[in-house]
Ligand binder design. Structure first.
Ligand code: PAF
Length: 286
């Protein structure tokens, strides 16, 4: 595996791949890789001639109060995992090179960025859209792989690709979970042993709400109340949101149509750890 941090070198190599007709896949990450990332890299390996994994803890997507400085990092372990999963290139740009002092771009996408994460992390998706656009231009992918775990992020990237006509396909891959159902996340490392157990309540709330919908419930308030009542069984858990929304627009009607695809979205805080998870309910027994 080729490891490089220079942005100009990355783009030069990427354009060479393109000229030689290679199908390039990119897996953008912030590092501290886990099996969820490995599965994205493996999928990219199956579909592409060249697989580029990027590791960049993007300062633009963290608010000053958030965990940028303590975000977990382990480049040695990441290198081994990326290589084992099948990456050909590991691109680890430096913040100073990604964002030179005169860097002035901010990509702000309306609509899908507004609710949920947008409400609690108002500048987050501008940072994501800006860095993802730059990573796409540096790595020139034919296919870009993202995990469904960050559902709203996937919608934002989809909008970015469409609105700026990036010539690439987006692959949204299923959320990888631990055996007990906890969605894999680099931030799980922050959880105390007690909160690691408490964190299972997210999966439970999503599964029970999914079952409720599959049994015919379409009232948004009933679906959200069920999730909230399950989450609040953990006394010190704080809910940012526990919401049901249209899976393609994130609209929140009072009553969902019978065949409407619904996404259930959660964001909670356990101690100093913020966790998100989601599930899409697409099959209805009606
Ligand atoms: O999902 C992430 O790890 C990040 O938000 C991403 C897409 C790599 C952009 O920094």
């Amino acid at each position: 595996m080729h490891i490089l941090s220079s942005t100009t070198e990355m783009q030069r190599i990427a354009l060479e791949y393109k000229r030689s007709g290679k199908r390039v896949g990119v897996v953008p990450t912030m590092g501290f890789l886990h099996d969820g990332h490995a599965s994205l890299i493996r999928t990219a390996r199956e579909e592409c001639d060249v697989v580029i994994t990027t590791i960049f803890v993007n300062p633009l997507q963290f608010a000053p109060t958030e965990d940028l400085s303590r975000y977990p990092r382990d480049l040695e372990r990441d290198t081994a995992l990326a290589s084992e999963a099948g990456a050909d290139v590991l691109f680890t740009p430096k913040a100073e090179e990604m964002y030179t002092p005169d860097f002035a771009l901010n990509i702000s996408i309306g609509g899908v960025t507004a609710p949920f994460e947008g409400e609690f992390r108002p500048t987050h998706f501008d940072g994501v859209a800006t860095v993802v656009a730059k990573l796409f231009l540096l790595t020139q992918p034919d296919v870009a792989f993202f995990g469904q775990k960050d559902y709203q992020q996937c919608m934002v990237v989809q909008k970015l690709v469409r609105d700026l006509a990036f010539p690439l396909e987006l692959r949204i891959c299923p959320t990888m979970r631990e055996k007990d159902g906890l969605a894999m996340s680099s931030r799980n490392v922050y959880l105390s042993p007690e909160d690691r157990i408490n964190a299972l309540v997210l999966h439970k709330a999503l599964q029970e709400a999914k079952t409720l919908i599959e049994r015919g419930e379409r009232e948004r308030s009933s679906i959200e109340s069920l999730m909230k009542s399950i989450l609040t069984s953990i006394p010190h858990l704080r809910i940012d949101y526990a919401a049901a929304a249209d899976a393609t627009t994130l609209a929140q009607p009072d009553t969902f149509a019978t065949t409407q695809a619904i996404v259930l979205l959660l964001a909670v805080r356990l101690g100093s750890t913020r966790l998100i998870d989601n599930v899409v309910v697409v099959e209805f027994e009606v």
